[in-house]
Design a binder for this molecule. Sequence first.
Ligand code: NCD
Length: 304
Amino acid sequence: MRHDHLLSAHQLSREDVDRVLDRAAEVAADPGAFRDRHAGKLLALCFFEPSTRTKMSFDAAMKRLGGETVDMGGVESSSVKKGESLADTVRVIEGYADGLVLRHPSEGAARMAAEFVDVPLVNAGDGAGQHPTQTLLDLYTIRETTGLDDLTIGIMGDLKYGRTVHSLATVLTNFDARQHFVSPESLRLPRGVRFDLHEAGAQVREHTDLDEVLPDLDVLYVTRIQRERFPDENEYHAVAGEYRIDAETLDAAKDDLTIMHPLPRVDEIAPEIDHTDHARYFEQAHNGVPVRMALLDLLLEGDE
Ligand code: NCD
């Protein structure tokens, strides 16, 4: 990889994406070949925010590469509780490990932390900012299902606070993709993200109504309303439950529409969809392991 750290989707050229996804496909085809690849190496997991998939799949990925992990544990049980700064925390932890995975509630936290460490640092989500490794597994899933060429994708839900959306939309500008953003008016893409997409020459349309675009879509990427990021709970209740996919919604969709979701879902996708061929979100979550194995392999190999 060109970079030692993966902090933002802006770093990921099409070439970088292809390199990670090709390596992930090799991993998926023959995981045994990677079993001892990083034996003796340690990856530090620093999660200042709740996580199930991201943390466990990084943990599994490192162990499946023959390495091990050290986990900071929850904020409640760490020195952060004593008032330690993020800069000090990561400075100390980098001395324990060969790489560091950081999730933090503040936007820009990973970029700031990277100033203080020499080992590769991976942003596993910084507030409403970026979540580039989710994007890599999203793209892997799209490549395995509909393919990444000539793609029409709808991205729906919380486009304002959804960091998975910000990262995915950014990297898709490197592909031949038409992006349709569907959300309530109050949760539209942040101005900065919209500006970057236009600067990159992306084919972007915004909608408040899914029906306007559903029949054209190859992929529908549904997201959770990020309740924890709303400054005002009333604002959340005003939009909660507004965008929900069920069997009836899909009447107008293509037969081979792929439905994705970074998970966790709350009620955006009715469980009745889970058993249809449209549903790819569990497979998408499982792809987190080979994709993160591939990424770690490339980052740690570059380190040797
Ligand atoms: C996402 C996140 O943390 O941004 N979860 C994940 O990593 N799969 C999405 C979300 O929390 O809604």
